[in-house]
Design a protein around this ligand. Structure first.
Ligand SMILES: C[S@@+](CC[C@H](N)C(=O)[O-])C[C@H]1O[C@@H](n2cnc3c(N)ncnc32)[C@H](O)[C@@H]1O
Length: 400
């Protein structure tokens, strides 16, 4: 983590700017628990060249200050934060006692690639007239590459959470000149929320991890199946292939409890391409099960333009004293107020750090309070159903 150790001295007066980096506020930690903790600061930064906002964290270290990027609002590439850290020290005429913030211009993120998409791309920009097909946990990518070559008119989306597998697939897309695959590093259980209804032809789930000891991590669940059915067009299919008898039984139990539908089960069906896992299971003489669920319904569309604004002003001084700091846990979401900060030179202003949303993929956000007006720093959370519910709960807490 890039950082500087600075001699303790007065903090930078804000707003001020240096070499295209604006420093907009200094917020001081507010002690709201019984345990005394050392004072820390968050410094609001806007890099005008890169058009990115984030924060730096400043805290005492022995007799000095440690200045580093704030983890929650981190931006990439890391040089942007190094530049802001250095600019702060220059703007404040600080004496630097230690530094590891040399800028390595040109260092490229290994995972930068035109077909690798951030999840926000699917919220804001993704549009296609083509049929979509999705592969979940593509692993070595053999099946996905095969499908993409066979079906050039289909837009494929590959979901994986294992970075080396993603890198390997991106290399193959390049080498084999395949242009109809988008790759996302995102938990497949939560991804469907960003896809419009009735757009998908096939969803492949081949050899998912069975998670016998941690079933809550399984891809298949009632919620997942419902979301899959929503995004599938009528006649579209959700296709499980597994060697695990337990996982097969578990999925059959979920699928046969649907109110309506058509299921097809095959045992030891050969596909045109076999994956690394499949080869191994076949050598071991294990059975392979295919369970295909066909979608039968036209579904309503979902709203990705959810309005995350706060349509009221708060009295921040009152909020500091009364805000609920115990974790609020509901069926599908939670909200936890983690930290509070007050702005150094502005009344009724500060930061509220919250962790919120889905239990498996929580998000941490800062709420920026400016003269009683509240908004999410660095933009809104993703419009997942759990984030929306958590947002409504935060509104309720702040509006008390
Ligand atoms: C057993 S491997 C199977 C890989 C490939 N489908 C095959 O047949 O060879 C399971 C893959 O699913 C990925 N995976 C596990 N949980 C996931 C999740 N929640 N979202 C996306 N991918 C996931 C893992 O990283 C792993 O690459």
């Amino acid at each position: 983590m890039p950082h500087l150790v600075l001699k303790k001295e007065e903090l930078l007066k804000t707003p001020s700017s240096k070499d295209g980096v604006e420093f907009n506020f200094v917020a001081k930690s507010y002690n709201f628990t019984d345990k005394p903790r050392k004072t820390e600061y968050k410094i609001g930064v806007y890099d005008t060249k890169e058009n990115k906002e984030f924060m730096l964290g400043l805290k005492p270290k022995d007799e000095n200050y440690l200045l580093k990027s704030d983890k929650t609002t981190r931006v990439t590439p890391v040089d942007i934060m190094k530049n802001a850290i250095n600019s702060y020290a220059i703007a404040n005429n600080s004496e630097i006692l230690f530094s590891n913030t040399n800028i390595t211009t040109g260092a490229k993120n290994a995972l930068e690639h035109k077909y690798l998409k951030d999840i926000n791309y699917f919220v804001d920009d993704f549009e296609t007239q083509k049929e979509i097909q999705i592969e979940i946990g593509f692993g070595s990518g053999r099946h996905l590459l095969h499908q993409a070559k066979q079906n050039p008119d289909v837009q494929f989306i590959g979901l994986e959470i294992h970075t080396p597998s993603i890198e390997q697939l991106l290399r193959h897309l390049e080498l084999q000149n395949i242009t109809n695959v988008l790759v996302v590093n995102y938990d497949a259980r939560l991804f469907m929320e960003f896809i419009k209804s009735n757009q998908v032809g096939r969803i492949f789930v081949h050899f998912p991890v069975p998670w016998d000891k941690r079933p809550h991590r399984r891809i298949y669940s009632n919620e997942f199946i419902n979301e899959a059915l929503r995004v599938l067009k009528v006649g579209g299919t959700l296709e499980l292939r597994t060697d695990s008898r337990k996982y097969f039984d578990y999925c059959m139990d979920l699928l046969t409890n649907l109110p309506k539908g058509r299921l097809t089960v095959d045992i030891n069906k050969d596909l045109e391409v076999s994956s690394k896992y499949e080869d191994r299971w076949k050598r071991m003489g294990k059975n392979i099960y295919d369970v295909v669920l066909e979608a039968w319904n036209e579904d309503e569309d979902i709203n990705l333009d959810y309005d995350f604004s706060f349509d009221f002003k708060i009295d921040f001084n009152k909020t500091l004293k009364t805000i609920e700091t115990n974790t609020i846990v509901e069926k599908n979401y939670f909200v936890h107020v983690v930290e509070l900060y007050t702005l150094e030179n502005k009344e009724n202003s500060g930061l509220i750090k919250v962790t919120m949303g889905n239990f498996d993929r929580p998000v941490t956000k800062f709420l920026f309070v400016d003269d009683g007006n509240v908004k999410y720093f660095q933009g809104n959370p993703l419009p997942t159903s759990s984030n929306i519910q958590a947002h409504l709960k935060i509104k309720e807490i702040l509006n008390k």
